[in-house]
Every structure is written in C-alpha cells, then in structure tokens.
Design a protein. Structure first.
Length: 160
C-alpha cells in the first residue's frame, strides 16, 4: 500500500508532466483567495491581500488570479530573469527568508530581496527574481513558520 503514495510523491516532486511551454494544467499552481479579516493573529491589511495564500502566522499576497505570471517587458531584467513583487504578512517575529526551485526542469534557484525596515512582524515587501520561465515552487520562512506556493512563470507574448 505504500508504493502508490511514494510514486505520487515522486511525481509531484519531479513534475514530469511539466515542460518549458507548460500550461497551468501541467503545473500545480496555487490559486489565491482573500485573506481573512484581521482578528486574533490573522493578517491585517497588506499588499495583495485580496489575492493571497497562507495559513496561521504567514501569508503572501499579490499572487496571480490563475496562478500564472505572464511577465511583460517591464518585468524582464537585463539578465533575462523575471521580477515580481510580493507582500508578505508575518504573525511571528523574525526575518523572512524566501527560497525557490523550478519543478519542471533544471534552473538556478530563484533570488529574493527582503529589505530591512519593516519591523519584526506584520507587513514585509519583497522582490522575487525567477532566473527562467517555468513552474516554480516558492517558500517563505520566518522562525518555525513556513509557507509554500507554486506559480507558472511565462513571458507575455511568448510562444511555445
């Protein structure tokens, strides 16, 4: 009985159905929803709250409605990477760290910018830089709190 669970987990981790021209059906994107109303440690106002994902003490806002980033020329950096801004809400004290990996092929890990000046809890602005298009898993961590989402990164007008 353990074999199907192991095979399913292996399929999710390697994402064999994904390809560089994958559509949202091939990438297990995270669909956003509005964060709950602030009370008892849930998020207060933050950037992207209406299109967010999270639970408990860590939330991310500014996710694309269908889970797919279609980056226009303004979001493509000189090195070819694609930049996005995300607002995070931290209900636990500590510095936010963001990491990520491409699920559908080899790529360098994503880079992130988590600027100082936002305090130990509450809102945190960030920049995330995807080195190439593809299906990306992004994880934010603060102390023992962890939150992961998946997005498909494409360039607007790109053909597969």
């Amino acid at each position: 009985m353990r074999l199907p669970v192991v095979l399913t987990l292996a399929a999710v981790l390697s994402c064999p159905a994904c390809s560089s021209g994958a559509g949202p059906g091939d990438c297990p994107v995270t669909l956003p929803s509005p964060a709950p109303t602030s009370s008892n440690g849930t998020p207060g106002p933050f950037f992207g709250r209406e299109s967010s994902h999270g639970a408990g003490s860590l939330w991310v806002g500014g996710l694309e409605p269908d889970g797919v980033i279609e980056a226009g020329a303004d979001f493509v950096r000189p090195d070819g990477s694609i930049s996005m801004k995300y607002g995070w809400w931290r209900g636990v004290a500590g510095k936010l760290a963001i990491s990520g990996r491409r699920l559908d092929g080899p790529a360098a890990p994503l880079r992130s910018d988590v600027p100082d000046g936002y305090g130990a809890t509450g809102f945190q602005a960030t920049g995330v830089y995807f080195p190439v298009e593809g299906c990306w898993e992004v994880t934010g961590r603060v102390g023992s709190a962890r939150l992961t989402f998946v997005t498909l990164v494409t360039r607007a007008g790109a053909t597969s």
